[in-house]
Every structure is written in structure tokens, then in C-alpha cells.
Design a binder for this molecule. Structure first.
Ligand code: NAD
Length: 427
């Protein structure tokens, strides 16, 4: 049953991203030759590699890296460690990355990958060996000017530091320091950028704030729910909290909790740090049934976990007036139709969570140029870039009478179309 559900989840993501793409491509009358190119992924790499476990046994793992498109710059996208990772999931997530980097006006293409595994089943030492061996197996299929991974679900700055160290160790001593930008999302002490840790959540928050300002809505006392309390879920809540919004419900892989009076974001974060990232058992809220989570009474809903979480099965339950997609692909096409008909607005993933890749771009630039920027400088630049993207999407949505996702997709696709038309196709 679990396997069947996971299969549905993965197929759904690829189907979703293709339907979103084709819908917008039809609207803008995308050049048919360019549609052919953008409909496929450039490279799909599957690697099988052995790793010695703590007990001396050897386990063989399967890793993926899909490179969708690099017409605007090197491939860019996260690495996910999760049982649902497979080639279709990586393809879907890589495509979303291409639209995201294009929309954000970055000199990057789109990629995604990861390993099919449940990291909670492995020790830290095993995860380090798995990561290093995966990096070795990827070899020069990644690179600072070719394909630059970053953290995603169940990977973090430590994972990126292991990848960097392994990748650099395969280079000659004189070449090593030229490769610092092979991954982003590194710890600050290992070549990472100030502010990259909070970049995605800050971007989700800013998009909510920009949207609210546009609608003349004050975020103070607005109630919100968050699915996923990892990097994206926590930092989004942290910034919403500072604005006076009230966290009334959280769901993660360990359970679902609610408190109509609101819960303390930092206390919940402290609890997760002490309980292997899990929200279950938090004393500041009450456990609720998993199936009731999206129906909680609230104003804003922030899915910040996996894809295809809001579907035709639960879209009608949603009470929020705004969905801010922290996760990639959390709302499927059928659900979106229902939500838009109900007047619920959606800030689409490729805009809403683009703070992450913008922060990664800043880290990449600093490494490449031998610079180190201060936190306030990074946050200021991020604010500027996110505001530009938000305004572009709102302008297009208004002028062309589109929902925000379609507006964002048309901007992203048109930039790619222009690049292909100007350059032509080799030979
Ligand atoms: P993370 O590993 O830090 O956190 C993931 C969270 O999701 C955890 O709280 C986990 O318990 C929860 N979760 C997992 N399975 C779940 C389930 N079945 N139901 C409910 N909750 C579940 O990952 P993250 O980096 O915060 O990424 C979250 C989402 O944001 C992903 O979709 C990712 O692609 C997207 N995203 C991340 C970044 C980034 O910079 N990390 C950037 C852009 C988009």
C-alpha cells in the first residue's frame, strides 16, 4: 500500500510539471521546436554504488542526477535523500528548477537528484560514506561550471561539505580551490554564504508579505499552518512570527499538531532539535489526525514538505485564502482548479521558494570571485531580487489575466524561448 502511494506521488509530479508547462506553452504559442527541446531532459544519470556499513556489511545504493536544461547557464538544483527519489521524481524536480532559475533571471539551468533511501535508518558515519561514494560515482558529471548541487529534503550543509571535500580531493592540489563553488548551501566555515541557511524560508515569507501588501492585508494576527518543519518550514515560520502572524498547525513526517491559540515557533524548533527533527511530542500543541491537517481553520497555508500533498481529495477542505508553496510541486493540477474556483490564491513554487536558489547564486558568485559578503548585504540583495520577481509575476498576471502560476511559467518559458531563438540550434 505504501509503495503504491509512493508510485502515485512520483508519477503525479512528472505529470503535473508537464501539464503546467504545456498549458503555459499553449497560451504563449511557444515555438514548436523549442517546446520539443524543453519537454525532454538533456541528461539522466543513474549510479549504483557500494558502501560499507558500520557492521561491516556492504549495501548497494542507487543515486540519480537529472540535468534538464542548461541553455541559460550551468545546471542547478538540490539533492534529496528520500525513499520516493527515482528517475521520474528527479526529472520532474529538475524541470521545475529550469523554470525557477529562468523566472528569477539567474544564469543557471535546472537539475535535481538524490539517493533513494530513508536516512533515519543510517548512522551519521554511514551517511557520510554514502554521500562521499555518491559524489565519487557522479564524478565530473557535476562541476562548478557544469552542474551545482545544493541541499533539499534530508540533506543539509553538512552533506554539502562532504560533497565539496570529496569532489576537491579528486582534483590536483593546484586545482582544488578553484572548485569551491561545485556545491552551494555549504556551512559558512566551509565556503558557504551567510544567509543561505534561511534563504528559502525568507523568500517564502517575503512572497507572502509582498502578496499581502498588494492586497492591503496586514499579516499581524493572521493564522497560518505549515506542512514540513525542516529548513523551509522553520525559517518561513520564524519570519512570519516576527511579523506577528500566528502558527496554529504543523505537520511533518512524525505527526500533526495544532493549537488554536498559536504555538511558539522557537520552542517548537528547539523541540525538533532535541528530537531528531520531529515535531511529535511538542508540549505547546495537541496532536491531531493527519487527515484533518489541511482543513484546519487558518488564513495562510504553507506546504513545505513533499510534492502532491494538496490534491482533489483534500483541496475542498482548505480554509486558507492563500497557499504559499514552500515545497516543490505540493499542489497538483486537479487541486489547483478547485482552489482557484474557490477564490484561493496560490503563490507558485517556482516563485515562492526561489529565495533558495537566489541565495545559492550569491554563494556561487562569492566563491567564484573570492569574495565574502556580510549577512545584511546578502539579505538586502535577496530582498531586491525577490521583489523584482514578484512584481514581474504580478504585472504579467494582471496584464494577461492569468493566475500566478501560469504568469510565472510564461515569463520563465519566454526567457528560454528567446535564448534559443537568438542562438539557433547547433550545428
Ligand atoms: P527538510 O529535510 O529540511 O525538511 C523536510 C520536512 O518535511 C521535515 O519536517 C519532514 O518531517 C517533512 N516531511 C517529510 N515527509 C513528510 C510527509 N509525508 N508529510 C508531512 N511532512 C513530511 O527539507 P527542506 O529543505 O525544508 O525542503 C522542503 C521542501 O522545500 C521540499 O519540497 C524542497 O524541494 C523544497 N525546497 C527546499 C529548498 C532548500 O533550500 N532547502 C529550496 C527550494 C525548495
Amino acid at each position: 500500500m505504501v509503495i503504491k502511494q509512493q508510485k502515485k506521488l512520483k508519477q503525479g509530479m512528472l505529470d503535473n510539471v508537464m501539464r503546467q508547462f504545456n498549458y503555459s506553452a499553449d497560451l504563449i504559442n511557444l515555438n514548436p521546436n523549442i517546446r520539443k527541446i524543453l519537454s525532454i531532459t538533456n541528461n539522466e544519470l543513474v549510479v549504483h554504488f557500494p558502501v560499507k556499513m558500520d557492521n561491516g556489511d556492504v549495501e548497494v545504493f542507487t543515486g540519480y542526477r537529472v540535468q534538464h536544461n542548461n541553455s541559460l547557464g550551468p545546471y542547478k538544483g538540490g539533492l534529496r535523500y528520500h525513499p520516493t527519489v527515482d528517475i521520474d521524481a528527479a526529472k520532474a524536480l529538475a524541470m521545475w528548477m529550469t523554470w525557477k532559475t529562468s523566472l528569477a533571471g539567474l544564469p543557471f539551468g535546472g537539475a535535481k537528484g538524490g539517493i533513494q533511501l530513508d536516512p533515519s535508518k543510517y548512522s551519521q558515519a554511514e551517511l557520510e560514506r554514502i554521500t562521499r561514494r555518491f559524489t565519487y560515482a557522479l564524478g565530473d558529471n557535476i562541476g562548478p561550471e557544469l552542474d551545482i548541487p545544493a541541499p533539499d529534503v534530508n540533506t543539509n550543509p553538512q552533506t554539502m561539505a562532504w560533497i565539496l571535500d570529496t569532489y576537491m580531493s579528486t582534483k590536483s592540489p593546484s586545482e582544488r580551490s578553484k572548485n569551491m563553488h561545485v556545491v552551494t548551501g555549504k556551512p559558512v566555515g566551509a565556503g558557504g554564504s551567510e544567509g543561505r541557511d534561511r534563504a528559502t524560508g525568507y523568500g517564502v515569507f517575503l512572497n507572502i508579505k509582498f502578496w499581502a501588501e498588494n492586497k492591503k492585508i496586514d499579516l499581524k494576527d493572521k493564522r497560518y499552518i505549515v506542512q514540513g518543519f525542516g529548513n523551509v518550514g522553520y525559517w518561513t515560520s520564524h519570519f512570519l512570527d516576527q511579523e506577528g502572524a500566528i502558527l496554529v498547525g504543523v505537520q511533518d513526517a512524525s505527526g500533526s499538531i495544532a493549537n488554536t491559540k498559536g504555538m511558539c515557533v522557537e520552542d517548537l524548533f528547539k523541540h525538533t532539535m532535541e528530537h531528531k527533527g520531529a515535531i511529535a511530542g511538542f508540549s505547546g500543541a495537541t496532536p491531531i489526525a493527519q487527515s484533518t491537517f489541511f482543513g484546519l481553520d487558518c488564513d495562510i497555508c504553507v506546504p513545505a514538505a513533499l510534492g502532491n500533498q494538496i490534491t482533489a481529495d483534500n483541496a475542498n477542505d482548505i480554509k486558507a485564502f492563500l497557499i504559499a508553496e514552500g515545497a516543490n510541486g505540493p499542489t497538483d493540477v486537479e487541486a489547483e482548479k478547485i482552489l482557484l474556483e474557490k477564490g484561493i490564491e496560490i503563490i507558485p513554487d517556482i516563485l515562492c521558494n526561489s529565495g533558495g536558489v537566489i541565495g545559492s547564486y550569491f554563494e556561487w558568485l562569492q566563491n567564484r570571485n573570492g569574495e565574502i559578503w556580510q549577512l545584511d548585504e546578502v539579505m538586502e540583495k535577496m530582498h531586491k531580487k525577490l521583489k523584482e520577481s514578484f512584481n514581474k509575476v504580478m504585472k504579467t498576471a494582471t496584464e494577461r489575466e492569468l493566475d500566478m502560476r501560469t504568469a510565472a511559467f510564461t515569463i520563465a518559458i519566454e526567457r528560454l524561448e528567446q535564448a534559443y531563438i537568438q542562438r539557433g540550434i547547433f550545428p
